[in-house]
Design a protein around this ligand. Structure first.
Ligand SMILES: Nc1ncnc2c1ncn2[C@@H]1O[C@H](COP(=O)(O)OS(=O)(=O)O)[C@@H](OP(=O)(O)O)[C@H]1O
Ligand SMILES: Nc1ncnc2c1ncn2[C@@H]1O[C@H](COP(=O)(O)OP(=O)(O)O)[C@@H](O)[C@H]1O
Length: 174
């Protein structure tokens, strides 16, 4: 029985970057790790599904199921998924059990500056609508295991915080 690290936050908050760093660190410790990246899963399974509430909920349910299967077979699942709805993240927590919810918190101005995929530029020009954390809903976590202000810390510090919490919860040997 392994566990799930669930990275949530708007586009550009740092989920993908942190997921890769966690994967590297955990693999370095000899653990089996799989990163479940929302963007990648969309591209592979249903590239045209879109970003309506219904589509996001369906997609997020798929990811919950994948993470559950991996973790119960001894693989750490690192989920990198905007997952904007509190109810869906609660469902993930309930179904998975061994769950570390990590909220990547980062102000809009910084995300606009980072804009790794040019999405905020498009949203600012009015070319896309409903971008999460700009003009699309993001329901902030109320009681996540970890909150990381990614504009105030390094990726290495983020990794340390997450793994410290996983250790405290008894999911990870020190
Ligand atoms: N309207 C809108 N809102 C949010 N995100 C958008 C949108 N349009 C495209 N994208 C790109 O899709 C990525 C989000 O996919 P996710 O599967 O993580 O999101 S969700 O949980 O279904 O909300 C997201 O990836 P990240 O930037 O890595 O978060 C974006 O690149
Ligand atoms: N402390 C940090 N944590 C995560 N990302 C950071 C940090 N500082 C700067 N960044 C940069 O911010 C951007 C975040 O993009 P990304 O990881 O793709 O976010 P997301 O997957 O949430 O959309 C990257 O260009 C990354 O290098």
């Amino acid at each position: 029985m392994s566990f799930v690290i669930w990275l949530t936050g708007p586009s550009g908050a740092g989920k993908t970057t942190l997921a890769k760093a966690l994967e590297k660190e955990l693999k370095g410790r000899g653990m089996k790790v799989e990163v479940l990246d929302g963007d990648e899963i969309r591209r592979t399974l249903y590239p045209d599904i879109g970003f309506s509430r219904e589509a996001r909920e369906m997609h997020n349910r798929v990811v919950i199921h994948m993470a559950k299967l991996l973790s119960r077979n001894g693989i750490v699942a690192v989920v990198s998924l905007i997952s904007p709805y509190r109810s869906v993240r609660m469902k993930a927590r309930g179904e998975i059990g061994r769950f570390v919810e990590v909220y990547l918190k980062c102000p809009l101005e910084v995300r606009i500056e980072r804009d790794p995929k040019g999405l905020y530029a498009k949203a600012l020009r009015g070319e896309i609508k409903g971008l999460t954390g700009y003009d699309g809903v993001y329901e902030e976590p109320e009681n996540p295991e970890v909150v990381l202000e990614s504009h105030r810390m390094s990726v290495e510090e983020e990794v340390r915080e997450v793994l410290k919490k996983a250790e405290e919860l008894g999911y990870l040997e020190v």
